[in-house]
Design a protein around this ligand. Structure first.
Ligand SMILES: [Fe+2]
Length: 456
């Protein structure tokens, strides 16, 4: 009993005066459980392994991971995937990572010191499955991830591919978002990549929250390449999360330095994928002007059959009073002029999908529907919405992921709940320069928050 009391006092003191453990990282009592310790602090063994799409996804992939600072360099080993472990019998291709020491301390969190490693593996073959692992490169005293399996894009422009789009994860990510990403992968394991439409976490530099995001996705992050656009919660006071660029490797082909890895374009087979940094647009006039000019140039030179744009703030909001008028006035004319197919958004914590000229009619087959706008949410924070003319389908209090399958003439879109219930669906058919929208939403009632929670 005396010992326990003494121990308690000692730990309490640690909580007020940060101490350093043997391997140099700090401890705070509220992060000293094994679970939170693992989520926050790196070790010699790689964690937070994630693959990102590059600008040439048929021939390269980007890989990032984290270790503690006792590891100061990193290596990726990669080989063609084989039926058994025979890929290990040949000389393995090795690529050295760019490794950077990094530390950050968010409010109410301990100081976290880490080394972030980033590598782009190029000269890969299209539509080919590889195995890779990341580590410190040592044979003896080696610290490695498991071997992950990953597949490159087709070189054939018209080969079908699919991707999953998530709205905001943001809150209770380990507790309540994990089942969304895990069941999206269980339902569609052959998906080629994933798009996160901003607000992946709630507090820009909270290492615990990023730890939860990586924990929730686990090996999926390393297996299915992803891209992400930042939301307002990846920013604070106009400054992007200090973890964004160390932990992801996203394209740097945007207009200005401040938008590197937040505003960019990727050609994935016959689709142009564009990320617009919506908070940059909102908070920084230079970033706004630069993005508008850049987007016009990217779209005017676009030779891809399909175009999808992701940004966090909706061009058409799901709720009145959350209107992004300046964003809409700046971007919608370009969506119309260049016939952008899909705009994938978040931020409003409810669901809606439709198009500008819907006029509340919700007709099944629409010729020349123009750009389809979707707003979705994957995490548990839920707001109410307001029925508006642009909406074909609306929903509240529903965690969703969207599977989007692209083939030569057709895009198929389905919005699913984590238990696999189809909540919304449509197809876009583009042939001979004409585009048709076919609405296929299920005949189920609109889910509304008031049906689940009675407001006081
Ligand atoms: Fe947001």
């Amino acid at each position: 009993m005396i010992l326990m009391t003494a121990g308690f006092v000692a730990i309490q003191n640690v909580a007020y005066g940060q101490s350093l453990a043997e391997d140099g990282h700090s401890h705070y009592v509220e992060h000293d459980t094994i679970v939170s310790h693992k989520l926050i602090f790196p070790s010699k063994t790689p964690d937070r392994v994630i693959a990102n799409l590059t600008v040439d996804p048929a021939h390269s992939i980007a890989v990032n991971w984290r270790t503690n600072q006792q590891i100061d360099s990193g290596l990726v080993q990669i080989a063609l995937a084989t039926d058994g472990p025979e890929f290990l019998l040949k000389d393995l291709r090795k690529e050295k990572a760019v490794s950077q020491r990094f530390e950050n301390q968010n409010s109410r969190e301990p100081l976290v010191r880490a080394t972030f490693h980033s590598a782009v593996i190029s000269d890969l073959q299209p539509n080919t499955t590889y195995v890779y692992r990341v580590g410190n490169g040592m044979e003896d005293d080696g610290y490695w991830s498991e071997w992950h399996q990953i597949t490159t894009a087709h070189a054939d422009m018209d080969a079908p591919f699919s991707f999953i789009y998530f709205g905001d994860a943001q809150n209770s990510v380990k507790s309540l978002w994990s089942r969304v990403i895990r069941n999206s992968y269980r339902q569609f394991p052959d998906v080629n990549f994933m798009i996160h439409a901003g607000d992946l976490i709630n507090d820009r530099d909270a290492n615990m929250e990023w730890g939860e995001w990586f924990y929730a996705g686990s090996f999926i992050h390393a297996t299915i390449p992803s891209i992400m656009t930042p939301g307002n919660h990846e920013y604070r006071d106009g400054i992007l999360s200090s973890l964004w660029r160390p932990q992801f490797t996203l394209p740097e082909n945007g207009p200005i330095a401040v938008l590197k890895e937040t505003c960019y374009a990727i050609d994935y087979q016959n689709m142009k994928l564009i990320s617009i940094d919506a908070e940059g647009f909102d908070e920084n006039m230079e970033a706004r002007v630069a993005q508008v000019k850049w987007l016009d140039s990217v779209l005017s030179n676009n030779t891809k059959k399909w175009t999808a744009l992701t940004l966090h703030f909706p061009i058409f909001s799901t709720a009145k009073g959350r209107d992004n008028k300046e964003l809409r006035e700046a971007l919608k004319p370009m969506m119309d002029k260049y016939k952008v197919d899909l705009v994938l958004q978040g931020h409003d914590h409810s669901y809606a999908r439709g198009f500008a000229e819907n006029e509340g009619k919700g007709i099944t087959v629409v010729n020349g529907a123009g750009t389809i706008y979707a707003v979705s949410v994957s995490g548990p924070k839920m707001y109410e919405s307001k029925d508006q003319d642009w909406m074909v389908r609306r929903g509240e209090y529903t965690q969703l992921f969207q599977i989007i399958t692209v083939s030569k003439d057709t895009i198929k879109y389905g919005a699913y709940t984590p238990i696999g219930t189809l909540y919304d669906a449509f197809e876009l058919v583009k042939k001979n320069g004409k585009k048709q929208l076919i609405n296929k939403m299920p005949d189920t009632p609109t889910r509304l928050k008031k049906d689940f929670i009675r407001e006081e």
